[in-house]
Design a protein around this ligand. Sequence first.
Ligand code: NAD
Length: 363
Amino acid sequence: MKIGCPTEIKPQEYRVGITPNAAREAASHGHEVIVQQGAGLGAGFSDEDYTAAGARIAATAEEIWAEAEMIVKVKEPQAVERKQLSRGQLLFTYLHLAPDPEQTQDLIESGATCIAYETVTDARGGLPLLAPMSEVAGRLAPQMGAWSLQKANGGRGVLMGGVPGVGPANVVVLGGGVVGTHAARIAAGMGADVTVLDRSLPRLRQLDETFGSLFKNRYSTEGAVAELLAEADMVIGAVLIPGAAAPKLVSRAQLGTMKPGAVLVDVAIDQGGCFETSKATTHQDPVYTVDGIQHYCVANMPGAVPRSSTLALGNATLPFLLALAGKGWRVACAEDPHLQAGLNVHDGQITNAAVARALNLPL
Ligand code: NAD
């Protein structure tokens, strides 16, 4: 199959859909991989890395959209890209159609077959193509929080790991899912005193069994949050209620109970945020202060580390990419219900029940 990978054109997007290693695997399976000139530069991959892996470099995106049977990307196709999608072409990327009727209409009209990373499932009920980005955001959260805790950056001037004779920072993680677990591991690895709160007792048992005394855990109630808030140097928001806006776990009034210069890192900001005072920020201007409390609320945290994010996403997408290219999407989806769950649009029809429901469109 001819697999094409254009340069991402969404502002501030530096990731790339295919890594040189993925291109090498696809080429060794007999596929032709075409990568747009410079597509990998933002993630630190040169055109030479791709040609050495057996890919061909195309000068323009137009060539790729015109030639490739399957397009592999990171972000949803932008309007100018959607115009170039053709009937029968296969698109494999993040789509996030539910809040995006305009994109959905264009994909329907294109007649293309569109498989969305975010709705591919796995046997344990997880979302294997979303998980790598949650892992990245979770591991990044204490790093950004630690930077914000520094005095010159407006913080309390507290060192995560303390030093001999001086205690460490106190870090509270709200939500012990993928983001929260990775955040807790890194914060504990930096030497902080970490407590994870979750509403799920099975999840808390699992954390306890897996991580032992590396970090503490508590059942998440309003009382427990209020109690821990007063002691915290950093609070990381990592809760998710699937399909719903994030619950507000810290009110503005509660900021007054916190230590001045403490930091809130709201990873759940892409679902509206779990602190009342959160509003989405960008990598250019990531932190603002409310009532003396620092807020870091970047909605696309993985964008800060496009190389690591591209590699992590590439590892997760590769088996699906090879199945789609090797068997064709019909057979690949028929054989794998988890990949089938990723099919969002085909031949002018929505094929995913949740997306159809969200947009009030027929299946
Ligand atoms: P997850 O489903 O793996 O974990 C969420 C956890 O929150 C679950 O364990 C759940 O039991 C817990 N929870 C729900 N309500 C709670 C409450 N009231 N108190 C305590 N815990 C509660 O989800 P995830 O993959 O870890 O994602 C977490 C959030 O991070 C999501 O909103 C996701 O969209 C977001 N995210 C943001 C970025 C970013 O760049 N900002 C990147 C990746 C993920």
